[in-house]
Structures are given as structure tokens and as C-alpha cells.
Design a protein around this ligand. Structure first.
Ligand code: UTP
Ligand code: MN
Length: 580
């Protein structure tokens, strides 16, 4: 067994996946949930405990435990391997043996970030950190928050981090690609962050991958500076604090989304731990998908200025397209969550969140401010403004009910415009998204394949018997049988995933549809042998029919010699015992 297989054999795919997708439902030895890789309303994603395999019948995402972690974390094979080994306390051989170049480069990036976090934290705690500590105290950031968010300080030298990482042996190319440094015209590097309060940005599993730095000097022209994008940091994929928010989010089934770093800290201190920030980016589908694995109930709490409102409007549409249920938190006085908590206290902030209205009431309020309700044209404009957000709802009954609620919320009880609006809301064509139903047409293939995969000890015997018949060559699953036989001959380990990997796409689907969807108990070697015998019998009967036909023809044509010879063959055939 190679190292990957060794590690895999000690992992349970169901447990690993449920760390990422907390809402797996169990059906026998199959588990199901909404697919984390595409948008859907009814679950077509399944995890098969028996085969240690996952498959989505909607988007065709599939694979083993490594494939899952690679896709969901967007990491390389070796990174996934290391991560899973580490998380599960499984030993790994030395670094060099289990790596490729890309993984090593990414490993160096991660290492630099670990070092940088410690370096910045040291600065903040040290003698030169007094001013920054005062700043944090002034903003109400308590010491436990400094600790848990691992806040730090970049000094004003412009080279302290550079020196440190050089000393630790990182090469100039590695430093240049870390996102932590700028480059002068003469090619030399300098610290990107100078005299800034440092917020480490973590990936979903809690490893630092970038920084945001807030100016401490009010004269500084950029309030925040962020790391530039790197191999491990894509700004539009990251939600700040998701690594910490996700546990609470899954538990209470709610996520609060705010604008920035300080809002996250303020909200967390106010007892709202399920908070993430978009950090000045336009919300992306990647961010929504990362978030909605933990909860599909989102409370948007973006800044209430006009840019924030526009951003919220755009986000609502995107979120509804992804089937996220959206509420909008409104804070009076145009305050951001951090300021609001300080001004009104934690209790009031939590109340605001609890009272957040469904997005369409918020949109209606926005519309009221923009258009004139007394005017038919104004009413028309309002409805045009609201329509896209309503049409984004998949369910017709829900659309009609929201349209009615909105009309009465706006105080519009009758009229042509309202009728038109209701009709438009109802009419949107339903998207058919039911996963294709899988059924296995040939139960014998299903049983035989299951027993070939399951029966480690009896496999030799089964394959030997399979060689003795040719009936399976006509089976739609012929390609699968051939692959199994050739894997067996070359001594490869036969398991669902290793077999699946070697098949053509058409056969991959066939294998999945035959094997994965099967319910019921274990399939034994005897079950498989019975299938092969049935094939043999079928073969024999068809050969006998063939011979009988030929005998008739020979007799009719008076070729008695030939007819006798054929009869002899027929008699011999029925003497051969069934099992060879
Ligand atoms: P804000 O300007 O609302 O700042 O930007 P803030 O979070 O309230 O910060 P404080 O309270 O003034 O310290 C919201 C977020 O947008 C990103 C940061 O992530 C910030 O937290 N941002 C903002 C930038 O990336 N660059 C900027 O220049 C400004
Ligand atoms: Mn703020």
C-alpha cells in the first residue's frame, strides 16, 4: 500500500465530509445533503460509506476523500494528504517524500505567514506596541479579543519582517510571491505593512494566509492595506472569520455578514460569534458557497451608506440565486456594527439582529424612498425594482405569497399595476432541478459488481469464473468487467475509487448507477458466483438453440453426416457439469 492509500484506509469519508457539510442525512449506508459544489434546492449529493466515495448526481462532482478536500479547500493532492494526516494524528514520512513543487511552494507561503503572525504579535505585546495597545483599548478591543484574533503590529521600519524571513532562509523569489512585500524599482523588497495594526486572515481551517493592516496614523492615506493575492490567498474566495464563526453558525443555523475586521471583533465581543466579513469586496458566489455549507440563513449587516446599500441590493440577488434565505439587519444612525455595539451595547445589537426583516421588506423600504407610491408610474417603477428579487425565488407559491405581502406592506391593495406584478411574479418558469433518477436495469450486473468490489478473499475465484464465460462481453458493463480483470492481473488493489478512476466517463456513470445506489445488505462471493453461473447457463442455452437450429437446417437439406456431428456436440454440451 502506498502512503496515500494507507492514510485513506484510516479515514472515514463520512466523518471528513461532515466537518465541511454539517447537515448530512443518513439513509442506510448512504448519506445525503445539498451539494457543496453547485447550487440546488433538493439534495443530489451523496456520500457512500461502503465505497468511501461521494457523488453528486446534479453536477457530477465525485471522488474519494482526497478529491473532496482538494476541491472544497482548493488545495493540491499532497496538501490534502498532509492536512488529513495531521488532523487525524496519522504519521507521515518526511516532507520531501510526500510533496511536489507546487505543494512545497504553498507550504513555504504558509510557513512565512505563521512566522509573520508571531512576529507581529510580538511587536504588539512588546515595548514598541504601547501606542497600538492604547489604540485598541480606545476602540474597546479587550485583551481576550487581541489574543483570539491574533492581532499584531507592523513596525515602521519597512524591513523588519523582510530581515526576519531572510534569516529564516526564505529566498527572494519566495518572499516576492508572499504578498507581504512591495518591490522597489531597483528590484529590492520592502515590508508592505508599516506602522499598521495587523489582522491575520485565515483560511477555513484556521491557517493564516494573508493580512489586513489598519493605519494607526490618521494622516495615512490608505485606511486599510491588504496582502496582495498569492497562490494561497484569493481575496474573493475568503470570508474573514469563517474559520471561527462556522461552529456557532452551524449550531444556531445563522450567519451574520458584516463589512470589516473591526465589525467582526465588535460583534463577537457582543456575543454574536457567527459573524463573517466580506472585507470591502463585492460578495462572490465562492464566498456564498463557503458560507452556506454552515447555514443557509444569512443576516446581512453591511454599512448603511449608499455604497453599502447598493452592495446589499446586489448581494441579495446573488444570495437568492444560491437559495440562501436573507434578512437585512438595520442599525439606526448609519452606524456600522462595531460603532453600534459601542454606542448601544451588546444587548441592543443582538436584538437588532433578532428583529432583522426578510430582505423583501427591506427592499420595499428602499423602494419607498426612491419612487412615488401615489403615482401609477411610481408604483410601476417600484414593482420593476422589486421584481428581480422576487423572481429569484424558485418556488412559485413562495413568489406569489411574497408578492402579496409586499403589496400590502406598501399599502397597494388593488389596481392594474398590482395585477401585472402578481402575474409576473407567478409566471417565471420553474427550473427543473430534480436529479436524474438512477436505476439499474440489469440486477445481475449490479450484484456481480458489488460482490467483485466487496469480496476481497473470494475475488480470485470470481475472476477465474468470469474468465470462463463470455456472456458479459454483451453486457453494457463489459468495459467495467474488462477493467476489473486487467487490474486484477496487474495486481492493483481493487476498490470502488481505484476502479472508477480507470474507467471511461460513460462507464464511470454506469458503475455509479449500478453500484452506488444499491440498498440492502452485503453482497457475498456466492451471490457473485450465482450471477456468473446464470451467465453460463444463458450462454449454454443460447448455444444449444443455435445448434438445434443448425441441425434442423442440415436435416432439411439432407446433410445427415453434418446433422449427426451437430447432435453429438449438443449431447456433449448437456453432459458438461455446470461448474467447471
Ligand atoms: P470601513 O471603511 O467600513 O472600515 O471598511 P471599518 O471596518 O469600519 O474599520 P474602522 O472601524 O474604521 O477601523 C470596511 C472594510 O473594508 C475593507 C477592510 O476590510 C475594512 O474592514 N477596506 C476598507 C479595505 O480593504 N481598504 C480600505 O481602504 C478600506
Ligand atoms: Mn468601523
Amino acid at each position: 500500500m502506498d502512503i496515500a492509500q494507507q492514510i485513506k484506509s484510516q479515514l472515514d469519508i463520512v466523518r471528513v465530509i461532515s466537518d465541511y457539510v454539517p447537515r448530512l442525512r443518513r439513509f442506510g449506508n448512504r448519506y445525503s445533503c445539498l451539494c457543496p459544489f453547485h447550487n440546488e434546492k433538493t439534495p443530489s449529493f451523496s456520500v457512500y460509506a461502503d465505497h468511501q466515495f461521494y457523488k453528486c448526481f446534479g453536477c457530477d462532482a465525485r471522488g474519494d476523500v482526497f478529491n473532496f478536500v482538494m476541491s472544497i479547500e482548493n488545495i493540491t493532492f499532497w496538501e490534502a494528504l498532509k492536512k488529513l494526516a495531521e488532523q487525524n494524528g496519522l504519521p507521515l514520512p518526511k516532507q520531501s517524500q510526500v510533496s511536489d513543487e507546487k505543494t512545497r511552494a504553498r507550504g513555504a507561503l504558509r510557513e512565512m505567514h505563521e512566522i509573520a503572525v508571531e512576529h507581529f504579535r510580538g511587536n504588539l505585546a512588546g515595548p514598541n506596541g504601547a501606542r497600538a495597545r492604547d489604540y485598541l483599548t480606545g476602540r474597546g478591543v479587550a485583551p481576550p479579543s487581541i489574543e483570539s484574533f491574533q492581532l499584531g503590529l507592523a513596525d515602521s521600519s519597512g524591513r523588519a519582517l523582510l530581515r526576519l524571513l531572510e534569516q529564516r532562509g526564505f529566498r527572494q523569489e519566495q518572499l516576492a510571491e508572499s504578498g507581504l512585500f512591495g518591490r522597489r524599482d531597483d528590484g529590492t523588497l520592502y515590508d508592505r505593512f508599516r506602522n499598521r495594526l495587523m489582522f491575520p486572515i485565515y483560511d477555513e481551517s484556521g491557517k493564516p494566509i494573508a493580512f489586513g493592516g489598519r493605519a494607526l496614523d490618521p494622516g495615512e492615506n490608505a485606511k486599510y492595506v491588504n496582502s496582495s493575492e498569492t497562490e494561497i490567498y484569493k481575496k474573493s474566495n475568503v470570508l474573514y472569520n469563517l474559520n471561527r464563526a462556522k461552529q456557532t453558525a452551524a449550531k444556531i443555523d445563522r450567519i451574520v455578514m458584516v463589512e470589516g475586521y473591526m465589525d467582526v471583533i465588535g460583534a463577537t465581543q457582543a456575543g454574536v460569534a457567527e459573524v463573517v466579513a466580506i472585507c470591502g469586496t463585492a460578495l462572490t458566489v465562492e464566498q456564498i458557497r463557503a458560507m452556506k455549507r454552515h447555514s443557509q440563513n444569512l443576516h446581512l449587516n453591511l454599512d448603511a451608506d449608499s455604497a453599502g446599500n447598493k452592495a446589499a441590493e446586489r448581494s441579495v440577488k446573488l444570495l437568492l440565486d444560491e437559495n440562501v434565505r436573507v434578512r437585512v439587519v438595520e442599525l439606526e444612525g448609519g452606524l456600522d456594527p462595531d460603532e453600534y455595539c459601542k454606542e448601544h451595547g451588546a444587548e441592543t445589537y443582538r436584538e437588532r439582529i433578532a428583529k432583522a426583516k426578510p430582505y423583501f421588506y427591506w427592499l420595499a423600504d428602499r423602494a419607498r424612498g426612491k419612487f412615488d407610491l401615489r403615482d401609477p408610474q411610481g408604483r410601476n417603477d417600484i414593482f420593476q425594482f422589486l421584481l428581480p428579487a422576487i423572481q429569484a425565488l424558485r418556488d412559485k407559491i413562495e413568489r406569489v405569497s411574497v408578492a402579496n405581502d409586499l403589496a400590502s406592506y406598501l399599502g397597494i391593495e388593488s389596481g392594474l399595476v398590482l395585477e401585472h406584478f402578481r402575474k409576473m411574479a407567478a409566471d417565471k418558469s420553474e427550473r427543473a432541478s430534480a436529479p436524474p433518477k438512477v436505476n439499474s436495469k440489469r440486477p445481475a450486473d449490479r450484484i456481480l459488481l458489488l460482490s467483485l468490489l466487496a469480496a476481497e478473499e473470494g475475488r480470485d475465484e470470481l475472476i477465474q469464473a468470469l474468465r470462463g464465460v463470455s456472456g458479459w462481453n454483451q453486457s453494457p458493463a463489459a468495459g467495467i468487467y474488462r477493467t476489473i480483470v486487467s487490474m486484477h492481473d496487474s495486481g492493483s488493489a481493487i476498490a470502488f475509487h481505484s476502479l472508477h478512476e480507470r474507467l471511461e466517463p460513460g462507464d464511470q456513470n454506469l458503475l455509479a448507477s449500478l453500484v452506488l445506489d444499491s440498498e440492502g445488505g452485503a453482497t457475498t462471493v456466492e451471490d457473485g458466483m450465482a450471477c456468473i453461473e446464470a451467465m453460463r447457463r444463458e450462454e449454454r442455452e443460447s448455444a444449444a438453440r443455435d445448434l438445434k437450429g443448425k441441425i434442423k437446417v442440415a436435416e432439411r437439406e439432407g446433410k445427415l453426416e453434418e446433422a449427426f456431428e451437430l447432435m453429438r456436440q449438443l449431447a456433449q454440451m448437456s453432459e458438461t457439469p455446470v461448474r467447471g
